[in-house]
Design a protein around this ligand. Sequence first.
Ligand code: 13P
Ligand code: SF4
Length: 320
Amino acid sequence: METKGMPGDKGGLEKQALMDEIRRLKKEKNAVLLGHYYQVPEIQEIADFVGDSLALAQQAKNTTADIILFAGVHFMAETAKILNPDKKVLIPDLTAGCSLADACKAGDLKAMKAEYPDHMVLSYVNCSAEVKCLSDLICTSGNALKLVKSLLADQKILFVPDRNLGGYINRMTGRNMKLWPGCCEVHEMLKAENVLKLKQAHPEAKLIAHPECNQAVLEVADFVGSTAAMLKFIKEDASPAYVVATETGILHAMGKTCPEKTFYIAGADGSCGCNDCPHMKKNTLEKIYRCLMDESPEILLSDEVIRQAAKPIEKMLRMS
Ligand code: 13P
Ligand code: SF4
């Protein structure tokens, strides 16, 4: 992308000035900036609202802004568009995808549905709009357990696309949901032996993990929950330190929530905390500025996709 003349360029305004410009543009255009906890700190600082996938979807539904600028990944901005067909929804980088969304193509899900006609399709929000169109209900990591518990005990369920979150829910509820074999490339890298090594090095720390982690990590965790649930946990829990098994961006919000506590991010190889999501980290202040200036890239979906995909998302929001 052409970046010439942008604030933040060599010879241009510094980072603070770039943030001021973004603030000015947001006001001028009545735009709201929604940011996920996995964004870099400076984006979290400039966002009007920072949250997990569930809170961001709820926020997107309730906004009165004319423009929603989504600092997250593509499926999140799509969800915001589905909930706000009449608003302009922007994303700083259209290529910010997700390995979970990529793992489940609509055509493959259609074939699977034909194989399991008596199963309802419960899809994790980390999926494409086309997959949402084929789903009966959407969930996030923040409400998946609650939603599944509220379904009839004999309801057969096909859970897509995260086998780790689905497996966790099966273990917590005693269900036998059929699981799609997708996973998050970032959480899947975290290995129980490395996480435990870090915990042994810091015996005063509790292990908190996102349910996108594999079973071995989840089984040794003291607490499992979405990004927002982890933040709530550290606030209410008495422990002075935590080993954190999720994406690095969460540390910013954790440090702000509990500045007196210590956080050790669990890294893929046990020695470093380099588990940044390559998709989430495609967003930068420069791209946000350019996106607001140009009102592009924009999320565009057909009326039919919006109509179909809205049904299971709206149902989730009513049940949450
Ligand atoms: P939550 O926002 O629900 O914690 O999910 C994390 C995630 O993977 C977003 O991509
Ligand atoms: Fe997808 Fe994982 Fe990145 Fe979240 S952290 S956007 S689930 S690849």
